[in-house]
Write a protein that binds this ligand. Structure first.
Ligand code: 8OZ
Length: 357
């Protein structure tokens, strides 16, 4: 057995002890008013520092970018100070951690938006999905279309969040351009019906992605920036009539950036590994991180086939020592779905380690 998973790797300017990445996982335990993380998050991420890299739960870049209760932010001094405790704890435990920069676009609800205004999106089309609000699981609100002259402000919010991430001691940032959130809403033609320079042609629909990337790498540098895409996923109500036509030029153009990594949700998010993601991968020459339904065997198979890093999501919820367990081919704990989203320590920081169970 090759065990490539446990070999070190340098992703851009980030040195990783192994190739096991903790995928971003929304857990809804931040303060709902300040959007700050707390001591529970410090413990949760510290426990998982055996991963070669931790990608934080999706983290709001602005008040407008928020779509679910109790998600953290990375745009205020208080949020920076709170995250600093997390990054210090992960570093003290020998790990690396990047923050996932998130603007939900239309996956929000008026009750979560500043002044209870409609959320913003490429076009005024409701996603037809649900979000978690203070009233439970509610339909997302119909958004308003962003004005062309608002786009520079949205892009500058990504730059501001990147500055905040640097100050909070993160090892880098990951731009969340997957799973039907703002950037993916612009990329895919089911949600983007604009007739300005951000809609219509592939060049126009992909404009926001590259303008955001340019702004983020200008704040830090390419080697500290990752990107997450989900070309074939219909998560959160998005659809794309020709994924290859839209995403081939994206994967090709990404070669111009020496990013820390490109993180791809292979197929349907949390579902079937379908779509021609390997055809897209062949176009990209940089560091490639695969995600979606991986286990040890699939990880080793794909690493042998040129995948550089593997992001494990759900297994990390119930297995803080996932790297040890994979290494020893030990059984995995089952996650408790009732405590995935929201709550306290139960189902969050209380999963047993292998040597304790
Ligand atoms: C599950 C629940 C809420 C948000 C994603 C940020 O799909 C998420 C998310 C996942 O990328």
């Amino acid at each position: 057995m090759t065990d490539t998973l446990f070999t070190s790797f340098t992703a851009g300017k980030i040195k990783l002890a192994n190739r096991v990445v903790m995928a971003p996982l929304t857990r809804n335990r931040a303060d709902d008013v300040t959007q700050e993380v707390n001591d529970l998050h410090v413990e949760y991420y510290r426990q998982r520092a055996g991963a070669g890299l931790i990608i934080t739960e999706a983290t709001n870049i602005s008040p407008e970018g928020r779509g679910y209760i109790q998600t953290p932010g990375i745009f205020t001094d208080g949020q920076i100070a709170a995250w600093k405790k997390v990054t210090d704890a992960v570093h003290a435990a020998g790990g690396k951690i990047v923050v996932q920069l998130w603007h939900v676009g239309r996956i929000s609800h008026t009750s979560i938006q500043p002044a209870e205004q409609p959320p913003v999106a490429p076009s005024a089309i409701a996603a037809g999905v649900k979000t978690f609000t203070k009233n439970g699981f509610e339909d997302t609100s119909t958004p308003r279309a962003l004005e062309t002259d608002e786009m520079t402000r949205v892009i500058s919010d990504y730059a501001h969040a990147t500055r905040c991430a640097k100050e909070a001691g993160f090892d880098g940032v990951e731009v969340h351009a997957a799973n039907g959130y703002l950037i993916d809403q612009f990329l895919k033609d089911g949600s983007n019906k604009r007739d300005d320079r951000y809609g219509g042609s592939v060049a126009n629909r992909t404009r926001l992605l590259f303008e955001v990337l340019n702004a983020v790498v200008a704040e830090w540098d390419e080697g500290h920036v990752g990107l997450r895409l989900s070309p074939f996923s219909n998560a959160n109500g998005v659809s794309e009539s020709d994924p290859m036509a839209t995403f081939k030029p994206v994967f090709e153009r990404l070669n111009e950036y020496k990013l820390a990594y490109l993180h791809v949700v292979e197929g349907q998010t949390g579902g079937a590994r379908d779509g021609k993601f390997d055809e897209l991968r062949a176009l990209y020459k940089g560091t490639y991180m695969g995600n979606n339904g991986y286990d040890y065997d699939l990880a080793e198979k794909r690493l042998a086939d040129g995948v550089d890093l593997v992001a494990f999501g759900r297994p990390f919820i119930a297995n803080p020592d996932l790297v040890t367990r994979l290494r020893k081919h030990a059984p995995l704990n089952e996650g408790d779905k009732d405590t995935y989203y929201g709550g306290g320590a139960k189902g969050y920081t209380d999963y047993p380690l292998l040597d304790a169970s």
